[in-house]
Design a protein around this ligand. Structure first.
Ligand code: SF4
Length: 345
């Protein structure tokens, strides 16, 4: 598809001016260090900028380069990530760091094609790192950028359909700034649904959606996935000194994280008593805690929670007894349990 030359030049020039004057002063923009850009891009997936900033600063202070990341043990790394969620991100980073040390002399590969070979790096992240750190002429299209361009061009196209058009839109230089300007407009101005701040937008003069009042209908919505709801029963079991936890399997949701016993379904009090008996607990106080919902991409877990207090806990197969201090300082729990931290901290 050949686009109007004026439309493209206007987009490139306006974004260049906007980024030069109004780009936010973010810690990962202080230099073009590929490692910092990689860490920030991974943290920013599914997470807001203001949440990421303190995590990013702490991460870079403790792990200033790829070799430090490759060397740290996975438990300490997950603890450092605790609260950001989506732990597969950091596990992939750890694997990728080892590959970068062993196969790339500790320096992130310089092209998107090479970056794509690393665990956890997809098209968007590869494009972002290669264009921002190395000025490769390549696009970085995430949901924000897709929304801006679909509206600007007035085209009801999917992200996949937009990708082949990007070569026409990219400028010949300052590619990293062009990509970041698009991300910035998408996250601060051309925001989702019917809320874009078109009057403040640096590209509004030639924006088709603004001109034709199409901002409500663009971009086209992806097909909704059928969400499922699963009931779970959470048991915070303590003798006031220790807690019962176990490690989740290495595959599947919340893989390798630690958890309090989390039973399938909404268990009755009799079923809970039978479970506790298997742990050697026959006398206990049971307190009903508030229910909660934990949301994953395709499903929700409805959590029915209880606190079980008993006189003494004994070690049992497949479970670990930990002190309150160790539970809070050493073991990485999913954010699912954070909702109940007042009951175990
Ligand atoms: S003018 Fe409005 S719809 Fe168009 S890109 Fe800017 S914010 Fe988005």
């Amino acid at each position: 598809m050949l686009m109007n030359k004026n439309t493209i030049e206007y987009l490139q020039n306006s974004l260049h001016n906007f980024y030069s004057s109004f780009a936010r002063d973010l810690p990962w923009r202080k230099n073009k260090d590929p490692y910092s850009i990689w860490v920030s891009e991974i943290m920013l997936q599914q997470t807001q900028v203001k949440t990421v900033i303190p995590y990013f600063e702490r991460f870079l202070k403790l792990l200033p380069d790829v070799s430090h990341l490759a060397k740290i043990d996975i438990e300490s790394l997950m603890k450092l990530w605790e609260g950001l969620g989506y732990y597969s991100r950091v596990k992939h980073m750890h694997q990728a760091a080892k590959i970068i040390v062993n196969e790339y002399h500790g320096i992130l590969p310089k092209t998107a094609l090479e970056l794509l070979k690393l665990p956890g790096i997809g098209l968007y992240t590869a494009g972002a790192i290669a264009s921002i750190a190395y000025e490769e002429r390549i696009a970085a299209v995430d949901g924000n950028v897709h929304r801006v361009l679909s509206r600007y061009l007035g085209l009801p196209i999917t992200k996949e359909e937009l990708l082949p058009l990007m070569d026409e839109l990219l400028p010949s230089q300052s590619i990293g700034n062009f990509n970041q300007a698009l991300m910035e407009v998408g996250s601060r101005i051309c925001i989702p649904q019917s809320l874009p701040l078109c009057n403040e937008c640096p590209i509004n003069q030639k924006c088709q959606a603004f001109k034709k009042q199409l901002t409500d209908s663009l971009p086209i919505k992806p097909k909704k996935l059928n969400r499922t709801i699963e009931d779970k029963t959470l048991l915070i079991i303590t003798d006031q000194t220790h807690y019962v936890i176990r490690k989740r399997p290495s595959k599947g949701l919340l893989a390798n994280l630690w958890e309090f016993p989390l039973l399938e379904g909404s268990q009755t009090i009799n079923e809970i008593s039978a479970f506790l008996l298997d742990l050697g607990i026959d006398e206990f106080d049971l307190k009903v805690l508030p229910n909660s919902v934990h949301t994953f991409t395709h499903k929700d877990w409805k959590i029915n929670a209880y606190k079980i207090t008993t006189m003494k806990l004994n070690p049992v197969d497949h479970y670990t007894l930990v002190s309150r201090f160790d539970l809070n300082q050493i073991y990485t729990l999913s954010s699912l349990f954070k909702k109940y931290q007042e009951y175990y901290q």
